[in-house]
Design a binder for this molecule. Structure first.
Ligand code: KMH
Ligand code: ZN
Length: 322
């Protein structure tokens, strides 16, 4: 009868065993006191007053909330605006009013949304760029966004990137999927995006990539050396994922746009308490929560005084030279 299984190999004929060496993962080390940029997303397009009475709507309310968030540790305010009835808007006039009110009260970096709300067209979404904000979001791909489609076709992304450049704003690259990172890198290769790059990993949108540690660790490996990154996680994921980001050396975004609760069942009384808690956590793990001027340096944004001078002369760019 033939043997049912092959005979054991003759060990003498096998090659000398070698240890299996896998390349080490790219290890991100957070140096003590490394600078941390906290962004406050104070209003968004989806959160409603019915969900929380603490949502700012008017320019005055947005400015007061921006100032409270600045005091709590935010150096960037991610800004949307609303019509008087609370519905989302991308009106240039409403943005101009809100930005002026914010700058009257505080020195935060204002980062305007170019995402707007699901269903808005590119011309509407791009209106805040006409205010030449220091920073603006660039959404790097289409995804299901709750029950809607957040439409960011490849031509739209390129169009918006060009408008951001023309407005002299620095882009924050919103990535809701790993492929969105790769799309952003295509834009760099095509000369449509200038370095330094700043990525925002938006985690936990229903229809987008999950808010999970393995996901975040993988996304970090996909960005080039020298790029900065932050996390904006949705709902109950906001606290654990932003705390993880802070421990991994990233930046973080909190606020009512993404999460209205301070704790389970406890509404946050605005975005400032969420910022304050994030800042306290950051300091507890050795991060330095930076002021807006330092954040400008880190993000490649001109100092405010220089920008004001250039603006007076020529409608100059927010992007730092060199
Ligand atoms: N409101 C979302 C559909 C952005 O601000 O650039 C998109 C958004 C992204 O909020
Ligand atoms: Zn937004």
């Amino acid at each position: 009868m033939p043997a049912l299984s092959a005979p054991p190999p003759d060990h003498a004929q096998l090659p000398e065993p070698r240890p299996i060496i896998t390349p080490p993962p790219r290890i991100l080390v957070t140096p003590p006191q490394s600078a941390l940029i906290l962004t406050a997303a104070i209003v968004g397009a989806e959160t409603t007053r019915a969900q929380t009475p603490h949502l700012p709507i008017t320019a005055r309310e947005l400015a007061d909330e921006a100032a409270r968030c600045r005091d709590a540790g935010a150096s960037v305010v991610h800004l949307h605006v609303r019509n008087p009835d609370g519905s989302p808007s991308q009106s240039r006039a409403l943005f101009a009013e809100a930005i002026a009110a914010i700058h009257e009260k505080t020195d935060v970096i204002v980062q305007t949304s170019t995402g707007g709300a699901v269903g808005m067209g590119v011309d509407e979404r791009a209106q805040p760029l006409l205010c030449s904000p220091e920073m603006a979001t660039l959404n790097c791909g289409t995804l299901n966004f709750g029950d809607g489609i957040f439409d960011n076709t490849r031509p739209l992304i390129r169009d918006m990137a060009a408008r951001i450049r023309a407005g002299g704003s620095v882009a924050e690259l919103e990535c809701y999927e790993v492929g969105h990172i790769h799309e952003a890198l295509s834009l760099v290769a095509e000369g449509l995006l200038a370095e330094p790059l700043h990525f925002q990993f938006v985690l936990g949108v229903p229809g987008g990539i999950a808010a999970r540690e393995d996901v975040l660790r993988f996304m970090i490996t996909q960005i080039p050396q020298g790029a900065t990154w932050g996390v904006a996680a949705v709902g109950r994921h906001q606290r654990p994922m932003t705390e993880l980001a802070m421990q991994l050396g990233g930046h973080a975004r909190v606020g009512l746009e993404d999460n209205i609760y301070l704790d389970k069942g406890v509404l946050a009384e605005g975005s400032a308490p969420l910022v304050a808690r994030a800042a306290a956590f950051a300091r507890s793990v050795g991060r330095e929560v930076v002021e807006p001027d330092r954040a400008r340096q880190l993000l490649g944004i001109r100092p405010r005084a220089a920008a004001a001078q250039a603006g007076a002369a020529s409608g100059g760019s927010a992007r730092a030279q060199g």
